[in-house]
Design a protein around this ligand. Structure first.
Ligand SMILES: *Cc1c(COP(=O)(O)O)cnc(C)c1O
Length: 378
């Protein structure tokens, strides 16, 4: 927390606005719109619920197919299954580690024409035109949104842009979360700014945002009594937590500087080591560097693997983690088709997320780098 949150939270208490609506909710939505340049914003109680509502706004239902980046957190794909639809997983490219536009097009063509088979279970999936594309900006790194949007337009399939990890990142000067037909961000406790739990939906289509707010408020209609013509959800954000968000978004710029400084420090100390590579940033883009991630090529490090580094750091009470395990490798998604050439499998096998908190001190960073250099013998 920055200290700025308390004032907004106190106002919620003083005015007794202790509901999933109120002045802080409205203000937080305006502040997100101003910061990102999105015309319309609605806040919800998680990024996952925002994705769930986005899929419904686009009419995704039972039997539908939805294309989704495989290298991601399960929350990108799970809401597809909540709706009885099937995710079709797409591999990453190695330039940004995000959805490979060529694989995306191949997947779309297969969904529309070919026999399509689940990657692990071998089940035959009925083919049809997919209903949505979910690219992700993994660890804050922008995906190739110009190419992905061009494919989306070519085939008339809308994009739900999962910018849960990428608030404040930009691609070709345009903020992540504002490229897709609908964008999603998260304010979960682990994200670059937080409301403990929370998320938002961004779109220039006001009807979609209004529809999502309606569904997220139990689809309650405007009558003196409670009337519902649709099944809704209790998904809006608390006015108290939105107060926290109002304070947090004021320090988003500082948080990005802190995260990028972590990356710059690690890169200055480690990028000369053979076999160590950082997640690349395509020229002209800005990643918020939510997490700093490396690839370890044990053939060039004298046999030291990412797992060896993780174990050595853990011994010094320093937490690091493997990259997200791709969805096409997850037991729960054995029924889902996958299009790829092994890029995300390789990233998972060789990747490591380094400690990346906004409050890391230089002494912390030096200690982390010393352990890594010691294990690598350099
Ligand atoms: C965190 C995250 C989400 C979900 O957000 P929650 O607010 O935790 O529900 C979705 N996608 C990705 C890539 C995430 O990292």
């Amino acid at each position: 927390m920055s200290g700025r949150e308390q004032g907004y939270i106190e106002r919620a208490f003083e005015s007794n606005w202790l509901a999933p609506l109120g002045p802080n909710v409205d203000l937080f939505e305006r502040k997100i719109a101003e910061r990102t340049g999105s015309k319309h914003v609605a806040v919800f109680n998680s990024g996952t619920s925002a994705i769930h509502l986005a899929l419904q706004v686009l009419g995704v239902g039972p039997g539908d197919l939805v294309l989704c980046q495989s290298l991601t957190f399960a929350a990108s794909a799970n809401p597809v299954v909540y709706l009885g639809a099937t995710p079709v997983f797409v591999d990453s490219e190695s330039d940004s580690w995000n959805m490979d536009p060529e694989m995306l097009e191949q997947a779309i063509l297969s969904c529309m024409d070919d026999r399509m088979v689940a990657s692990q279970s071998g089940e035959v999936i009925p083919t049809r035109k997919p209903k949505a594309i979910i690219p992700v900006h993994i660890y804050g790194m922008p995906a190739k949104m110009d190419q992905i949007m061009a494919i989306s337009k070519k085939y008339g399939i809308p994009v739900i842009e999962d910018a849960a990890e990428a608030l404040g990142s930009s691609y070709n000067g345009k903020q992540c979360g504002t490229w897709g037909d609908i964008g999603i961000v998260s304010f979960n406790g682990n994200k670059i700014i937080t409301t403990t739990a929370g998320g938002a939906m961004l779109s220039n289509n006001s009807a979609w945002i209004e529809k999502a707010k309606h569904l997220g408020t139990q689809a309650r209609e405007d009558y003196p009594y409670y009337q519902h013509s649709e099944i809704g959800y209790n998904y809006r954000m608390s006015n108290v937590l939105a107060g926290m968000g109002c304070g947090q978004i004021e320090v988003l710029g500082d948080r990005i500087v802190a995260r990028r400084n972590n990356y710059e420090f690690y890169a200055s100390q480690l990028s000369d080591i053979p076999g160590i590579r950082f997640q690349p940033e395509i020229a002209g883009n800005i990643s918020n560097r939510w997490l700093t991630c490396i690839l370890v090529d044990s053939e060039r490090t004298g046999g030291v693997s990412a797992e060896d580094l993780r174990a050595a750091l853990a011994k010094e009470n320093i937490e690091s983690r493997p990259l997200w395990k791709p969805m096409h490798l997850q037991p729960v998604y054995s029924f889902a088709p996958y299009f790829g050439s092994g890029v995300s499998d390789d990233l998972f096998a060789r990747g490591l997320c380094l400690p990346s908190g906004s409050d890391l001190t230089e002494a912390d960073l030096i200690r982390i780098v010393q352990v890594i250099r010691r294990v690598l013998g350099v």
